[in-house]
Design a protein around this ligand. Structure first.
Ligand SMILES: [Zn+2]
Length: 142
C-alpha cells in the first residue's frame, strides 16, 4: 500500500489517499476515478515534493560535515605530530614491541606507536598491557 497526499486543483483541498501501488494510482487517474472528497472534481493530483528544497538542505548538511571533518582532521594531525615527535614508530610490530616492553621490562626512552589489529589490541588488553587506539590519517590521503 502506498499513501499519497493528493490535492484538488479546483477547491485546493488536500487529502491523503491509499493505493495498492503507484500503478493503481495512475490507472485510477487515467480513468478519472480519482475524485475530490469535497467537490467531487476529478482534477485531483498527487502533491509533488519540491526536490530543490531537499537538495539545498542536503548541501548545507554536507558543508557542515565537511567543516566538522576538517576540524577533526586538524586535531588528529596535531596529535600525529606530537606522537611522531615523542614516540618511536614500530610499524606492524606494535604488539610485539608492546609485549617486550611489558614482559622484559625493557626501558625505552620513548613510548611506541604503530599499527595493530583489533585482535592484537584485545589480547594486549587481556594481558594487562595498556594500548591506546587513536584515529590516524594517512598523510598521502590529501
Ligand atoms: Zn475539490
Amino acid at each position: 500500500m502506498i499513501k499519497y497526499k493528493l490535492f484538488c486543483k479546483k477547491c485546493d483541498l488536500k487529502f491523503d489517499s491509499w493505493f495498492a501501488s503507484s500503478n493503481e494510482y495512475e490507472r485510477l487517474k487515467k480513468k478519472k476515478l480519482l475524485n475530490c472528497h469535497m467537490c467531487n472534481s476529478s482534477k485531483v493530483e498527487k502533491t509533488i515534493m519540491a526536490p530543490q528544497l531537499i537538495s539545498s538542505k542536503s548541501k548545507t548538511n554536507k558543508k557542515i560535515n565537511l567543516e566538522k571533518y576538517n576540524k577533526v582532521k586538524k586535531t588528529i594531525t596535531s596529535y600525529q605530530k606530537f606522537i611522531k615527535e615523542n614516540f618511536k614508530y614500530v610499524g606492524d610490530n606494535f604488539a610485539y614491541e608492546a609485549r617486550s616492553i611489558h614482559y622484559e621490562g625493557k626501558k625505552k626512552s620513548k613510548g611506541i606507536y604503530g599499527s595493530a589489529s583489533q585482535e592484537d589490541l584485545k589480547e594486549l588488553k587481556e594481558e594487562g598491557i595498556d594500548a591506546q587506539m587513536i584515529p590516524w590519517i594517512d598523510e598521502n590521503e590529501n
